[in-house]
Design a protein around this ligand. Structure first.
Ligand code: FE2
Length: 273
């Protein structure tokens, strides 16, 4: 069974191909275009065709398409109405269709079930997959967590993820035991919850921006140069974050803008040479 995984992301995009549980190929668009973090918020057809070519297969050979809940064409959604629907029809007619972020659309539609808003048949038809192929969507943090487990032989493990944010949470905790995964925090039920202002990843990104670099691109430079800096912002930032007894990270920031504003206080020291 051929399973095509896709990530139609904004700061990265990629595809991979599995034959049951065996990885056949994986490629990020940045490897094809030589542009770092090349995600354009579209379905990564170049990556899809690359992994299929590596495996000697075509789109009609794919049995399952598994996607993150990222940028997908508006025409493949079923829940648009009123002004947004009309705009969608006009854009489609003008070949200027917008791609809509699924996690946000699920929140707008008040559902945790992608099938309630997504027209899989239309998606399969539009991109040349077989009509009897299946489309499924993966939880963002589960997708982060699973690869860590794949490369261990542990039968009892805590899987903890932290990122800038995905599927409306910035962290997740899962327990792997007795051959099964139990989610302690960060599953699909959080899609409809109030967004927590708690991301250390975003704080790090804001500090990266404060130094004149680009978020999602230059954090590694900040990490490398931090060894030469002074921890002058540390006390203020540490005071605003806390870890609960159950391992959840919270912050006292009232908004992402407030977190960004505080991060701007990171001092810039001119180097001496
Ligand atoms: Fe993420």
């Amino acid at each position: 069974m051929l399973i095509l995984g896709i990530h139609p992301g904004y700061h990265d995009s990629s595809a991979c191909l599995f034959d049951d549980g065996r990885l056949l190929a994986a490629v990020s668009r940045e490897r094809l275009t030589r542009r770092k973090g090349d995600g354009r918020g579209d379905v990564p057809l170049d990556c899809i065709d690359e992994v299929l070519a590596i495996a000697g297969a075509g789109r009609s050979d794919v049995d399952i398409v598994a996607s993150t809940r990222s940028a997908l064409p508006q025409s493949c959604y079923r829940h648009f109405s009123g002004r947004r629907a009309i705009e969608g029809f006009v854009r489609e007619a003008l070949s200027r269709e917008k791609l809509r972020f699924m996690a946000l659309e699920m929140r707008r539609a008040g559902t945790t079930d992608p099938a309630a808003i997504f027209d899989s048949a239309r998606f399969l038809r539009a991109y040349g997959f077989r009509a009897d192929a299946r489309v499924s969507f993966v939880n963002h943090h589960l997708a982060h967590a699973l690869p860590t487990l794949f490369f261990t032989d542990w039968d009892d493990a805590l899987l903890y993820t932290a990122d800038g944010g995905g599927d409306n949470v910035q962290y997740s905790m899962r327990r792997f035991r007795d051959g099964g995964l139990a989610t302690l925090y960060g599953d699909d039920d959080e899609l409809l919850a109030d967004n927590r202002i708690d991301s250390l990843g975003m704080a790090y990104g804001y500090c990266t921006q404060a130094l004149g670099w680009r978020m999602n691109r230059h954090e590694g430079k900040l990490t490398g140069l931090a060894a030469l800096g002074e921890p002058s912002l540390y006390a203020d930032m540490a005071r605003r974050f806390m870890v609960t007894p159950t391992g959840e990270i919270l912050s006292e920031f009232g908004s992402w803008g407030e977190m960004k504003g505080t991060s701007k206080n990171v001092p810039i020291h001119a180097g001496s040479g």
